[in-house]
Write a protein that binds this ligand. Sequence first.
Ligand code: GLC
Length: 513
Amino acid sequence: MAQPWWQEAVFYQIYPRSFADANGDGVGDLAGIRGRLEYLAWLGVDAVWISPFFPSPMRDFGYDVADYCDVDPVFGTLEDFDALVADAHRLGIRVMIDWVPAHTSSDHPWFLEARASRDNPRRDWYVWRDPAPGGGPPNNWIAAFINGPAWTLDEATGQYWLHSFLPQQPDLNWANPEVVAAMHDVLRFWLDRGVDGFRADVVHNIGKDPVLADAEGPGSRFPHVGMNDRPETHEHLRGIRALLDAYPGERTMVGEVYLLNTRLVGPYCGTPAAPELHMAFNFPPLFEQWASEPWRERIDVTREVFDPIPAWPTWVLGNHDVKRQRTRYGSEARARAAACLLLGLRGTPFLYMGEELGLEDAVVPEDRVVDPGGRDGCRAPIPWTEKAPHGWGAEHWLPFAADAGHRSVAVEREDPGSFLNLYRRLLAARRASTALRSGSFEWLPAPAGVLAWRREADGERRIVVVAFEGNEEPFAGDAFAGYRVSIASDGVGEGEALAARIGADRAFWLEPE
Ligand code: GLC
């Protein structure tokens, strides 16, 4: 049976401020993305997810939306967006956009109205509470970024509003059916414009405990992580799924379910009779160290939770919120091996822009720090050309990562051994193999420090070997007999049988001789 497109696709995340700058103002834009679609087609990705480009005061760089149905002038216009989608589709690239359902910007007209008075018709579109009996915030919840109360007092009306993130990101009240209808309308607006799907920002945070009780236990007071695993959310997701399913073309949603326990994430895909998200980000592997045994467990739990239909695994090793792989894992060798890992697992991979170049996090001097969450390093602009400013306006919004010239697209494209060409080869091999795209997964015996598995579909077989620590003992048994290395993370040993001892921080894809 043919798999739905999103199960076979490799997604590429574009953080639009930092991808490509067509007008030279130092901030990336939609026309910039459009101008680089050929690059993405050459690279071999199937779909893009574009982080928010909607009008915003940019306190959280677009994750604070002031109008869900327009484009911020810094990124261009709706016409630019339409042209981008048309070109992408012509090149066979699907377009997924970010939908930020859990909160708006405090500049959104809805919030301005809600704040105007206690009896404003939109008051209840947000979450308001009276001060605690002795004064102060209504409960003990803590907001992300500010590490202080998740409540801010509106002096004029004497009540607090809830914000899981910045005070300027008030949480929407999804218990109000008007909010649900308005947010459904946002989905329809973009579906009608031809988008193939959505990445739903912190979507597990839309349903709320009506009592808003104090959180108990250490580390549990942040509403955006670890809590708000609520039945209300599942009901909302079923409604959203029904809306998407009513459109032709398998429109899809991947939800950011920021619960750092894979077993809690799985249920957000729903049941066969009542499906919810098509896919859910599963972040525990993203935060796992580079080590074989913890990774084996991550993979096993993910298989257990996401293999049963209608769930399907996703794999994420980078995004605009975390340190880049080279920085996080500590070396180029590991980041190369991580590419073979990410694209060799069973499930849909999400690749963060710039990982294919092997970029490190930029070192951002104090006076250039702009993000309240300390995430500027992974958001440095993509270097397109060797010479500074690497295809950007001279006044680019963040500094480049070290070595940007050598890590530029122009330079890496010409070097067959580059990171970029490793990714390109992996993507091509994956696209050409049903076993790799959607085949089964079976562990193979491997020495300590090494994980090896076989992917299989319709009699076609591929093997993936990732040496996290390297092996003291040789490979034994005949699981690898008759296979040769088609791709090695460092290019060494290709075309040969797998060596009995392989060093640490290397990975291999094997195919039958
Ligand atoms: C998500 C986004 C992050 C944003 C937050 C608030 O976690 O990935 O960038 O700051 O939600 O919207």
